[in-house]
Ligand binder design. Structure first.
Ligand SMILES: Cc1cc2nc3c(=O)[nH]c(=O)nc-3n(C[C@H](O)[C@H](O)[C@H](O)COP(=O)(O)OP(=O)(O)OC[C@H]3O[C@@H](n4cnc5c(N)ncnc54)[C@H](O)[C@@H]3O)c2cc1C
Length: 448
């Protein structure tokens, strides 16, 4: 018999959109199960450096939001869990969940990282987009929630050094996956996005040009928690004096199957150009663009500020990227307004990669998607979060490209719709009957 967790609502995805929906529902007194497939909540936002258009520190905004969800008395958080399927049960739903083994006893682990320091294996750190390294046993990142270690069992050499180093006796190589059900009245899908792969385009070197990086990598370079504390180009670790941005490097491109605009790339390129100007005051920064799309409140002014700071904007379509014998990237660009083609050499090139639908089954747990792969919204003008399945809502970039402000707005809307659905179907679970099985529960109190 499977353990069953009962709650009013299930929020799938612990990025900023899922966190906001969770807190909004929990603050209204609803019992919320927050499920994240990674080992920590936070999504992409916790990886970013600063946010446009305010240039606030991203970690400083996201970490309190993560804590608010994880430590909320009405929230049960489940990380490192995959949903196998979702079935309808009356007006509500049952999600069948697989909790992956961390090979670390979560209730014993204190997050002290002694195991990590003892481990002799070093692997590319995906949180830093491969720019840094972590051990085979590791806490996902410095502000991870929960602050618990896990073992990359595929790369573990079973030397036993982590076991010896762990004073809490938390290492457990016998751990196996656990299955359980979450029964709820409503579901909010906040499964987010992925970026278009850096190696997708032949004309841009298919990822083989070492000094051609992408927007997420630059976020990690610039983040206070980043791998180096400096902006260093990958081939030789030198500080770049000349950096170029290639816009629409993964959007508005039929050949990549991404015909739409990803909405955030112009703004994040401008933001990064400004931050790079601060980090590398002597560097020249050029943005090659087709159209500048600065759609939000204060965004056009942000663009004008970047121009005033000396960022060079060149209207042109980048046709090809190559490199010289010193691995300096060469940009071949068609200057649209002048009708001529030029080549310019830079020290580092950044691809402004776009947003594509996250890596989830299609349809997403029974909820239809549209042609672009994002979750379909049958009536977006009237109800921008309702899906084709009554009682299931979708928020943030799970439904299409959008920035943080819009992601948060949709989350608030979905929380209101989900609450109304719970009231209409009388699904509200009184606090005293919301059952949490100790075997699968990750209540926030354990990391207080
Ligand atoms: C380079 C770059 C820079 C950016 N800079 C800015 C900026 O400065 N300002 C701004 O407003 N916006 C910016 N954005 C956009 C911003 O990142 C997004 O708007 C925001 O992160 C979207 O949040 P989300 O919660 O919808 O998605 P995500 O952050 O992708 O979160 C989705 C979460 O769901 C989880 N998940 C996915 N599938 C499942 C599943 N099946 N089960 C359980 N969990 C699942 C994922 O692991 C993830 O944690 C930037 C984007 C990029 C690419």
């Amino acid at each position: 018999m499977l353990n069953t967790v009962h709650a009013d609502a299930l929020v799938v995805g612990g990025g900023i959109a899922g966190l906001q929906a969770t807190v909004d529902l929990a603050d209204q007194g609803y019992q919320v199960a927050l499920l994240e497939r990674q080992a920590s909540i936070g999504g992409k936002m916790i990886m970013l450096s600063k946010v446009f258009p305010t240039l606030d520190c991203c970690s400083c905004i996201t970490t309190p939001r993560m804590a608010a969800a994880a430590h909320h008395e009405n929230v049960q958080m489940f990380t490192y869990c995959d949903i196998q399927s979702i079935d309808r049960k009356g007006d509500g739903f049952v999600a069948h969940v697989l909790k992956k083994p961390r090979y670390v006893n979560e209730s014993a682990c204190t997050g002290c990282r002694e195991c990590e320091y003892a481990c002799p294996v070093h692997l590319p750190d995906l949180f830093d987009y491969g720019l840094g390294a972590h051990s085979a046993v590791y806490v996902p990142f410095s502000t991870a929630m929960p602050q618990k270690a896990l073992i990359d069992i595929d790369h573990c050499i079973f030397c036993g050094k982590c076991e010896k180093a762990c004073v809490a006796d938390a290492i457990d190589f016998t751990q196996t996956a656990e299955e359980f059900d979450i029964e709820v009245g409503t579901i909010i899908l906040a499964t987010g996005f992925e970026t278009t792969p850096r190696d997708a385009k032949k004309e841009y070197g298919n990822g083989r040009l070492l000094n051609v990086v992408d927007g997420m990598m630059v976020e990690r370079y610039l983040a206070p928690t980043g791998p180096y504390g400096h902006v260093l180009r990958p081939s030789d670790g030198m500080q770049p004096d000349s950096i170029a941005y290639v816009q629409c490097a993964g959007s508005r491109d039929e050949t990549l199957g991404v015909p739409y605009c990803s909405r955030v790339c112009c703004m994040y390129a401008i933001k990064q150009a400004m931050l790079l100007s601060g980090a590398l005051p002597m560097a020249d920064i050029t943005i090659y663009y087709m159209d500048m799309r600065t759609f939000g409140k204060g965004y056009e002014q942000f663009y004008q500020n970047a121009r005033a700071m000396g960022v060079e904007f060149v209207k042109g379509k980048v046709a090809r990227l190559s490199e010289d014998e010193n691995q300096n990237p060469i940009v071949r660009v068609e200057l649209v307004e002048e009708g001529r083609v030029i080549e310019r050499q830079h020290d580092m090139v950044v691809l402004s990669v776009g947003m594509v639908a996250g890596d989830n089954p299609r349809p997403v747990f029974g909820v239809p998607v549209s042609d672009d792969g994002f979750i379909a919204l049958p009536d977006p003008l009237i109800s921008p979060t309702r899906t084709n399945v009554v009682g299931i809502y979708a928020v943030g970039t799970a439904t299409g490209p959008m920035d943080i402000v819009d992601s948060i707005v949709t989350s608030g809307a979905a929380a209101a719709e989900a609450a109304a659905y719970l009231e209409a179907t009388h699904r509200h679970v009184p606090v005293e009957t919301a059952v949490t099985e100790p075997a699968v529960a990750e209540r926030s109190v354990s990391y207080a």
